[in-house]
Design a protein around this ligand. Structure first.
Ligand SMILES: [Zn+2]
Ligand SMILES: [Zn+2]
Length: 141
């Protein structure tokens, strides 16, 4: 009768990695961060170190007037801050100038630039916002 239907989708291979699915949240740890990346507990704009990601964001908000656009739609704060940490620490790119600005050779100089020019903010005009789309979940209702 239903002879066309394949019997039992064998997903044995899929199960192999499922041993520690309870701790899947820590999967991100296996990917070691690129050299120079600013840790999610360190300020993107100065040498301030916080004990937690949330405290770090609070520091950046208070001291550097940093703000996360559309934060109510942000679903991956950790990934978002980590991404920014790589952008500044590895790419040495000012968050506001993005790649339109001048390039920097050290993390310190890019941080000094962002502080000097009050560029402790994200450039998200128009298509620039798409860069961060992965961290957001916009539901159009
Ligand atoms: Zn700071
Ligand atoms: Zn800048």
């Amino acid at each position: 009768m239903d002879s066309n239907e394949e019997e039992g989708e064998s997903d044995e291979e899929m199960e192999e990695d499922g041993a520690d699915e309870a701790s899947s949240a820590s999967a991100a740890e296996s990917a070691s961060p690129p050299v120079g990346a600013i840790p999610i507990t360190d300020c993107l704009f100065c040498l301030h170190h916080s004990r937690s990601l949330v405290k770090n964001v609070a520091h950046m908000t208070k001291v550097h007037s940093f703000f996360i656009p559309d934060i109510e739609y942000l679903v991956d704060l950790e990934g978002f801050i980590r991404y920014l940490g790589e952008k500044v620490g590895v790419g040495k790119i000012c968050l506001w100038c993005n790649e339109r600005g001048k390039s920097f050779y050290t993390t310190e100089s890019v941080q000094a630039h962002m502080n000097d020019k009050c560029h402790c903010k994200l450039f998200t005009d128009g298509d620039a916002a798409l860069e961060f789309a992965d961290f957001y979940d916009f539901r159009y209702e």
